[in-house]
Design a protein. Sequence first.
Length: 235
Amino acid sequence: MATDVMRLPRFHACLHQGHLDHVKRIIGCLSKFKHGVICIGTDEPDYANIPKKEYDWFYTCYVGPPEGIPEDYPTPCSNSVITTTYVDANLFHDMISGQSVTGILHLLNMAPIDWYSKLQTTVETATFGSEYVAAHTATEQILELRLTLRYLGVPIDGPSFMFGDNESVVNTASVPHSKLHKRHNTLSYHHTREAIAAGVTRFHHIVGTTNPADILSKHWGHSSIWEMLRPLMFW
């Protein structure tokens, strides 16, 4: 529903019959899946099979403190948690403006706690650019989430895991000696790499068919996303 809710309010000033038909389809879909619930899984995810690639960032421009942890946050009063983020982008989602869509899903241990589906403010001309803008947004949200959890007294176990289905973006962000050839993506490139170099996030590639953020960036039929949606809302 997030993708439709993001798109439809733009037409409040000039509604057409097609928009009303689309709203009816949304309501019909909600009534069909009225038994869906957000499943709160407290168990920590097992990422032991994910290889940890160690790189030396000392001779890069990202050398500095590992993470800006505030000194006034309260004493932890709960078990540690692992945060996981899935990120995706859909190039040229809006046929009128040419804007892409960013889709992000955040999990705390095994529980989905936040999701994001929104048009990007810039018009990207390639998938690489739109995916990097999405990675930049996801990195900002991860930093904000980690800070919020610490102020709530929740300790965080290690770096946050971020998964994306664009291998080029993952590699250029995670490997210190990689180079950026598209200068208009510079800010997103450096912000994402800075968080990786500081040990705040670990960016890994997954195939698109297993990326649940795909649900938040594109319009899908039920059969296409059921295998990804079922573990999140229909245990």
